[in-house]
Design a protein around this ligand. Structure first.
Ligand SMILES: Nc1nc2c(ncn2[C@@H]2O[C@H](COP(=O)(O)OP(=O)(O)OP(=O)(O)O)[C@@H](O)[C@H]2O)c(=O)[nH]1
Ligand SMILES: [Mg+2]
Ligand SMILES: [Zn+2]
Length: 358
């Protein structure tokens, strides 16, 4: 199945990249129609077949089983193929990128935030939401996604120390992450984000509640599609106004996924801490021992850099903390996968026994 030129135009408007990889994926897929997941409900999906046509479709049966790991089901941003009637999803196409985190409380499962995005915009308010340590946490998660991080600092219009805040993000900036300070309510100001929103491109917005994700969505879209709400005066906290992930095609040609505010950025176990702390990794290449963990080993270049003030000690301590969390997440994820494999084998055996008795 390859789209006709007219169909291709319609697919471009919902973010179809039409590159070699996606064409090959489509050629290998079964199904009669290609659609993109724009919303996900308990038992159904909203998919778009073109910018102004959204239909409700049913997932394949295995996805509805409680044991089905979230990463095996479609997420918002995924490309899916539909059956002849256009009512059921057959499968999702291989992903270009997948943003996920450790799900809160739920048996160490992963939670998929968005699939097939090119950039992840970390939206942080220049009010009491501003916290460099939390930004580092987001970057660890994003580095594992296959998409590129961009930092969007909102409420620049109400902040008198924008430059000082950006100065606190020197390591982030030096690691190549673009930083934009904007007024999310003002279209002229948010125009700096248009380069991320060209046809065939998709971005996802992540950040705490009240950071301005939906405000940004509405301004870029040019109308009030998403509900927004004021933040609490004493601590700038939002009210968890957005409750589900929504993909919206934008007039700029690209697509944007708005998400609910995150209370916690938990690791899934797929992260590689080193990717997000390139400065520390570069220093570590000068350690005497290749497997130096920068504890008490002799000849540790990282500790030497802290001594002579070329590395901020607080950043190093945060690196150690996050490294510990990622390691713990790797262990729990391995345990969960083993448990799932066991459950699968047991179910398989039960089925065989049943058949044997017949
Ligand atoms: N002055 C100013 N206010 C902003 C800006 N961005 C967002 N706000 C305000 O901040 C409040 C929260 O914005 P929302 O867009 O609802 O925040 P959100 O990130 O979508 O929050 P959740 O949906 O709860 O996750 C609203 O009152 C917005 O008007 C900005 O750049 N400048
Ligand atoms: Mg919102
Ligand atoms: Zn070392």
């Amino acid at each position: 199945m390859q789209p006709t030129p007219e169909a291709l135009d319609r697919l471009r408007a919902i973010g179809w990249p039409d590159d070699d990889t996606s064409r090959a994926a489509l050629a290998a897929a079964q199904g009669s129609r290609l659609a993109r997941v724009v919303g996900q409900h308990r038992s159904a999906y909203d998919v778009a077949t073109q910018a102004d046509e959204i239909i409700k479709v049913q997932p394949p049966l295995p996805w509805t089983r409680p044991r089905c790991p979230p990463e095996n089901r479609a997420a918002v941003g995924d490309w899916v193929t539909l059956d002849e009637a256009g009512k059921n999803i057959l499968a999702f196409l291989p992903r270009r990128s997948i943003l996920k985190r450790g799900a809160a409380g739920e048996h160490h499962r992963q939670q998929l935030i968005a699939a097939n995005v090119d950039h992840v915009l970390v939206v942080v308010g220049l009010d009491q939401d501003f916290n460099p340590r939390r930004i580092e946490r987001y970057l660890v998660v994003i580095r594992a996604s296959g998409a590129d991080p961009v930092l969007v600092l909102t409420k620049a219009d109400e902040c008198e120390i924008v430059e000082d805040c950006i100065d606190l993000l020197i390591e982030v900036e030096e690691s190549g992450v673009p930083i934009h300070a904007v007024n999310a309510r003002d279209a002229a100001s948010t125009a700096v984000l248009h380069p991320y929103l060209a046809a065939g491109h998709t971005v996802v917005l992540v950040g705490s509640s009240g950071a301005g994700k939906s405000t940004l969505t509405n301004t870029l879209l040019g109308r009030e599609k998403m509900k927004t709400n004021t933040v609490r005066g004493n601590d700038s906290r939002g009210r968890h106004t957005t409750t589900s992930r929504v993909l919206t095609p934008l007039p700029q040609g690209g697509c944007l996924i708005d998400t609910p505010g995150m209370r916690e950025v938990k690791f899934s176990g797929d992260e590689d801490i080193v990717d997000a702390f390139e400065d520390i990794e570069a220093l570590a290449s000068g350690c005497r021992f290749r497997d130096c963990v920068h504890g008490n080993e002799p000849g540790c270049a990282v500790r030497a850099a802290i001594e002579d003030d070329t590395l901020d000690e607080a950043r190093f301590l945060h690196f150690l903390k996050l490294r510990g969390e990622v390691e713990a997440a790797v262990v729990t994820q391995a345990a969960r996968r083993a448990e799932e494999a066991l459950a699968k084998t047991a179910a398989h055996k039960r089925n065989k026994d049943k058949l044997g008795r017949r």
